[in-house]
Design a binder for this molecule. Structure first.
Ligand code: TXA
Ligand code: MG
Length: 310
């Protein structure tokens, strides 16, 4: 990772980002499609490349707390939650007037979704660029999130350079929390289990309902859609149906033969990608809802939902 070749590559990619170009990079959750968050032209490139609906605000990635403080107001409560940084937690916080962020990043909101990713290559790229990086997941809008460089290259037909960090550790996106005044609301279940957040705060947090006033557009019903049809909670499988298992058994692919939710989260998108490439019907075993199971089931139910054009 500290090989001279990687450092040279990161410098070249940072120069590309400073010039308004796009670079896909690894994080601990999924690969991000990065652009200089202070440049509207650069950020528009993300929307164009993803074909993403304009109203979706983007997560801003920074390398440290000092960089975050230039962009958002960190209340004492937000600071307590920032103890999870670097890590798979996005905080939606009030935007500073002098932040210098492109309006397109926040899609007109007066808040910013921000996080410090826990990945050495992501941090090195942000530092080398010297700018906050706006980065949604590096997939065409409405498609599966990528957890390997190969998936990014395939998704965008090689049009975006990718900093290759191997497979992502967590495999599902960050947990998103809105912090307003004294209250914390989970907008999206993700790689940081709600139970861990509640343990750190010492009390339960609210969960935004679908269609509630603050919605993360990542909550659009069919945001994570394979081309194949998807049947959930399957305990038996029809002929011609590919099976995606969890726990012991005989399946086309198995998210985790030992029933480990962390392993299942890491495998989720990449196994869906693999099955989607070869089958038109996929059925998935029941997955427990506790801990990371919430994020896995959230992604699966969106992937199985009637398709929207997003
Ligand atoms: O793990 C992740 O979060 C990955 C990696 C690349 O960091 N990124 C990611 O970004 O999943 P994206 O764009 O696919 O999802 C961002 C979600 C969207 O649903 C967006 O609406 C929400 O964050 N979001 C961003 N800023 C927001 C804001 N100010 N208010 C409410 N929701 C916001
Ligand atoms: Mg996404």
């Amino acid at each position: 990772m500290s090989a001279p070749g990687k450092a040279t590559e990161i410098d070249a990619l940072a120069a590309r980002l400073r010039a308004g170009g796009l670079v896909a990079f690894p994080t601990e959750t999924v690969y991000g499609l990065g652009a200089d968050a202070t440049s509207s032209d650069a950020v528009l490139g993300i929307y164009e490349t993803k074909g993403r609906p304009r109203f979706n605000p983007l997560i801003v990635h920074v390398a440290d707390l000092a960089m975050a403080e230039q962009l958002v107001e960190l209340s004492p409560l937000a600071r307590r939650l920032a103890a999870f940084w670097p890590g798979p937690l996005t905080l939606v916080l009030p935007r500073r007037a002098q932040a210098g962020l492109s309006d397109i990043v926040t899609a007109g909101l007066d808040t910013v979704g921000i996080r410090i990713p826990d990945h050495p290559l992501a941090l090195a790229l942000i530092r080398a660029t010297g700018r906050p990086l706006a980065a949604p997941s590096a997939n065409p809008s409405g498609k599966l999130s990528p957890t390997t460089a190969e998936q990014v290259i395939r998704g965008f037909a090689g049009r975006v350079p990718v900093l290759d960090g191997g497979p992502c550790r967590a495999g599902v996106e960050s947990t998103i929390l809105a912090v307003t005044g004294d209250s914390v609301t989970q907008l999206r279940a993700g790689a940081l289990p709600r139970e861990e957040i509640e343990a750190a705060l010492g009390h339960p947090i609210a969960i935004a309902r679908e269609g509630a006033t603050i919605t993360a557009p990542g909550m659009l019903a069919s945001h994570y859609a394979p081309d194949a049809s998807l049947r959930l909670d399957a305990t038996s499988f029809a002929p011609g149906e590919a099976s995606l298992g969890f726990g012991p058994g005989d399946f086309t692919l198995n998210l985790s033969p030992s029933g480990d939710l962390r392993e299942a989260a890491r495998n989720l998108f990449s196994m869906l990608h693999q099955l989607d490439a070869q089958h038109s019907r996929i059925a998935v075993s029941p997955i427990p809802h506790a801990g990371l199971g919430a994020a896995i089931n959230d992604r699966l139910s969106r992937a199985a939902a009637p398709r929207e054009n997003s």
